[in-house]
Structure formats: C-alpha cells, structure tokens
Design a protein around this ligand. Structure first.
Ligand SMILES: [Zn+2]
Length: 178
C-alpha cells in the first residue's frame, strides 16, 4: 500500500466534477489498489473521509471511517467505500457543525448540513447498498460527495468569520463547548 499525495485547494482536479466509475473497474487490480491506498492515506493524515479527486483521480469514489477515538465517538463508522454515491435528503433539517479538509490544511469552519439523508452507492465489489445516515456521519457523507462535484466545505459556509486555524480552534473555540 502507498500513501498518496493529497491535492490542495486551487488544484483543478478539486474543482472538476468527477466521472462515474465504470462497471469494468471493479475487477481492475489498480482500482482496488487505489481504494487501499486511499484508506492508508486517510489514516496517515487522520482524516475521517477522503474522496478520489483529493488524490488526483477524477472518479466518483470516496472512503469514510470515523474511529471511536475521533472527537465524534457517537458517530463511529466502520471503514466503508462509496462508489457512484447518490445522496437523498431525509427532511430539510439542517445543523451547523465544524469541518476541516485535508485539501485545505490546518483550517476549520462552521458549515450547515442536512441532519439526515439516504445514501445509495456501490461497494468496492460493485454491489449496491443503501443506508440512512444522520448527524456527523451524514455530515461526512455530504462533505465527501461534495468533492465529487468539485465543491469544498468553504463554498457552503454561511459565515466566513467562523473560519479558524485548528490551533486557534483548540485554544479559543473547542474549550467553550466543553
Ligand atoms: Zn475534504
């Protein structure tokens, strides 16, 4: 497995809509290796999700894992692969929450997201699955799926004044919540 180079904001691959993964890809050894490498890269940089455009691959593919040791232990999610994902809102309730992105290093911002959604996608073998996600899990799904459309979280921020460096977040904002 390899740790991949993460594209940073302003690289065109992050602003281009990604292409659907074709059926024949699932049996391609390189496609399976890409998934393993994305998993390894997500662990290396302690992300809870990574989309293929972030590693310079314009494909509708993302990986997610929210470990129990994350700051959102109530939303623990085992490793999962999202191929050609489709998000359907469940209700119109939205919630503000903090997000960061490996492609926009060291920053965080407050982003409104759907609280509940339905996700339809294919797994790494090409098998369709469907699930409901809420709260932080739903947030991560929306964040990763945005990457597949060339969007990043700052595009969705309603108040740019909440943009903060992670260090200052820990010093001034995180503590207020405790
Ligand atoms: Zn991101």
């Amino acid at each position: 497995m390899s740790i991949l180079k993460v594209a940073r904001i302003a690289h065109p691959v992050l602003r281009s809509p990604a292409k659907p993964v074709p059926k024949e890809a699932f049996r391609d050894r390189l496609f399976q290796k890409l998934i393993d490498d994305m998993r390894q890269t997500m662990y290396e940089y302690e992300g809870v999700g990574l989309a293929a455009p972030q590693v310079h691959e314009g494909l509708r593919l993302a990986v997610i894992e929210v470990p129990a040791k994350d700051e959102h232990p109530e939303s623990e999610v085992p490793f999962m692969v999202l191929v050609n994902p489709v998000v359907t809102p469940l209700g119109d309730e939205r919630e503000n929450g903090w997000e960061g992105c490996l492609s926009i290093p060291d920053l965080r911002g407050l982003v409104p997201r759907l609280k509940r959604l339905k996700l339809d996608a294919l797994d790494r073998e090409g098998k369709p699955y469907s699930l409901e996600a809420s709260d932080f899990f739903a947030r991560v799904v929306q964040h990763e799926c945005d990457h597949l459309d060339g969007d990043v979280y700052v595009d969705r921020m309603e108040d740019m004044r909440t943009l903060t460096f992670i260090k200052e977040f820990e010093d001034h904002l995180h503590r207020d919540e405790e």
